[in-house]
Design a protein around this ligand. Structure first.
Ligand SMILES: Nc1ncnc2c1ncn2[C@@H]1O[C@H](COP(=O)(O)OP(=O)(O)OP(=O)(O)O)[C@@H](O)[C@H]1O
Ligand SMILES: [Mg+2]
Length: 254
């Protein structure tokens, strides 16, 4: 059994596999970055990818999004092989991506940034005026600070607020899988706790799957399952309830 099947069979019990990655090899030019990676994320589960700087975590997420093409291997989403599909198609199928280094649009207001998130929806899911208001209220509930700043420019928010806005904007696309690349990088501890509580709540209340790259141990522990990456390969995986000190020391910058 490979690690992905293992994860789905043992820990992500009875949940439908949302994302299945098999035998993935990715290169930048001639440098071989990802090596035979197998990974899985099930609906309603939060999975964390850990590893030191430069091991290939962002490369992994970009490949899932379709921003990089693998030389070998497969990415399946909701049972469909998406390996050849564009990032745009994947977004409309339900993969929401918040890249490393929050990318809110600085010259648009908070509300305009949120509305932009609708672009990721499939045509069949375009909102009505009433449903749009409900969707906005849902993200305000998760991130109350945004509601008090609707008319402020994205660029005038603090780093932590921008990160909350970036996640909220991804949620406006109604993703089935939310992919987050180091959402707490450079953010003050109190906001980290707010962000992790919101992400945990999203998983519990909406049943989306989350794939998270994260360095903060407290946040990593909120996940159900972890994969540890070293030199572009997955070298350990398991339930986060069983994270050993050895794994923590090897793969997290604590
Ligand atoms: N555009 C690129 N061209 C060539 N090499 C790249 C490119 N982007 C990243 N790399 C290299 O690929 C390797 C993996 O980078 P990646 O950004 O995936 O690491 P990471 O695990 O996300 O690191 P960090 O924790 O610092 O974000 C690194 O050695 C990096 O220098
Ligand atoms: Mg990275």
């Amino acid at each position: 059994m490979n690690q992905m099947e293992d994860a789905i069979a043992q820990d992500l019990t009875s949940a439908q596999p949302l994302l299945e990655i098999t035998d993935l090899d990715v290169y930048y030019g001639e440098s071989h970055i990802l090596r035979s990676v197998d990974m899985g994320v099930a609906a309603g589960k939060m999975v964390c990818l850990i590893g030191r700087n430069g091991v290939g975590k962002t490369t992994m997420l970009k490949t899932i999004m379709g921003l990089l093409k693998p030389r070998k291997g497969k990415v399946k989403f909701t049972g469909v092989n998406v390996t050849g599909l564009s990032p745009d198609r994947r977004a409309r199928m339900g993969i929401g991506y918040v890249p490393q280094g929050r990318e809110v649009i600085p010259r648009l207001t908070v509300k305009e940034n949120l509305i932009l998130g609708l672009e990721a929806r499939d045509k069949s899911q375009k909102p009505t005026v009433a449903s749009l208001q409900d969707d906005l209220e849902e993200v305000y509930e998760l991130f109350p600070v945004l509601k008090s700043m609707l008319w402020r420019l994205g660029g005038d928010l603090s780093g932590g607020q921008q990160q909350q806005l970036a996640i909220a904007r991804a949620l406006m696309g109604k993703p089935k899988l939310l992919v987050l690349d180091e959402p707490t990088e450079g953010i003050q501890p109190s906001i980290i706790l707010e962000i992790e509580a919101a992400v945990r709540r999203i998983v519990q209340t909406t049943g989306v799957g989350v794939l998270l790259v994260e360095q903060h141990l407290h946040f990593v522990r909120q996940a159900d399952w972890y994969y540890a990456m070293q030199k572009g390969g997955i070298v350990a995986s398991g339930a986060t309830s069983e994270l050993s000190n050895d794994v923590i020391q090897k793969f997290l910058a604590v």
